[in-house]
Design a protein around this ligand. Structure first.
Ligand code: FAD
Ligand code: NAP
Length: 248
């Protein structure tokens, strides 16, 4: 049984009509960067709960979540309507294996996200632990429109902080904008456009690929990497090159 605690919303910031970040104070147990918890609200007499990844680094008491309002969604529109001071239920014990401990050492660590699934990487990178095992870090944020790149300023700050070790690349699928690749992640890998934009290669010999977010993106990319780059899913009992988390 999950152990629920009562949290208090301290801030809600809207980046677009549908994308927002929720900051909560709650007496949760320590978590590992990359993990998620559950948020819950009482709706029509019953608790509706969903999984959300921590964006903040472990140890930071400002618990931050990055969300999209799913049209007709059961919980996300209700979370979007919260105001500072409102209560939200939080599961105190975080969960999930989308953490660096599960990723073997390599030259190039690719962190691929669609939409709100940028969160786990921001937590990992803000904490900055256990990254000496990689020579290069590449953070790729893929969204529909440039306006959905909510955390670009933080991504740029992190790029500075890592002094050349961290490369960031944005991908926009529904418009063409300077500085971003246009299209979808699997096609941009297949054509070589992502690697040339970043200046690094993605091979089974030199890379590990983390994938998070839209399950179709995750599946399509894994399939492509399997077929064209001989990459395999990473399992504890059989080390491979890909680690993934599906958001639905
Ligand atoms: C491990 C894990 C971590 C997650 N972390 C986050 C997070 O940090 N931020 C976040 O916004 N969501 C996250 N989700 C998704 C979240 O749990 C809910 O599914 C989402 O908020 C929709 O809930 P809902 O009740 O409003 O919609 P529902 O009525 O449950 O509708 C679900 C449908 O909404 C769509 N959908 C769900 N999540 C997303 C999303 N993130 N982006 C685009 N479309 C989506 C899909 O089409 C899905 O079938 C995570 C899910 C998992 C499994
Ligand atoms: N983002 C918005 O402006 C917006 C506005 C209103 C409502 N919403 C709602 O919010 C929810 C989530 O939207 P979202 O934009 O955050 O998430 P999303 O639909 O998962 O899209 C995020 C990115 O993933 C890409 N993608 C989708 N399938 C893929 C695949 N198989 N392979 C590779 N890439 C793939 C999308 O490309 P494509 O563009 O090619 O699909 C887009 O660039 C949806 O329910 C949507 O209706 C979003």
């Amino acid at each position: 049984m999950a152990d629920w605690v009562t949290g208090k919303v301290t801030n809600i910031e809207f980046w677009t009509d549908t994308l927002f970040s929720l900051t909560v104070h709650a007496p949760v147990h320590p978590f590992t960067a990359g993990q998620f918890t559950k948020l819950g609200l009482e709706i029509d007499g019953e608790r509706v709960q969903r999984a959300y990844s921590y964006v903040n680094a472990p140890g930071n008491p400002e618990l931050e979540f990055y969300l999209v309002t799913v049209p007709d969604g059961k919980l996300s529109p209700r979370l979007a309507a919260l105001k500072p001071g409102d209560e939200v239920q939080v599961v105190s014990e975080a969960a999930g294996f989308f953490v660096l401990e599960e990723v073997p050492a390599c030259d190039n660590l690719w962190m691929l996200a669609t939409g709100t699934a940028l969160g786990p990487y921001l937590s990992i990178l803000q904490e900055g632990r256990d990254l000496d095992r990689f020579n290069n870090l590449v953070l790729v944020h893929a969204v529909r429109y440039a306006a959905d790149l909510s955390y670009l300023p933080l991504m740029r700050e992190l790029e500075q902080r890592y002094g050349g070790k961290l490369l960031i690349q944005t991908v926009v699928s529904r418009e063409s904008v300077a500085g971003s690749l246009t299209g979808r992640v699997p096609a941009l890998i297949d054509s070589g456009a992502l690697e040339s934009a970043v200046g690094l290669t993605m091979t089974a010999e030199n890379s590990h690929v983390m994938l998070c977010g839209n399950p179709q993106m995750v599946r399509d990319t894994q399939q492509l990497l399997k077929e064209t780059r001989q990459m395999t899913k990473h399992l504890r009992r059989r080390p491979g090159h890909m680690t993934a988390e599906h958001y639905w």
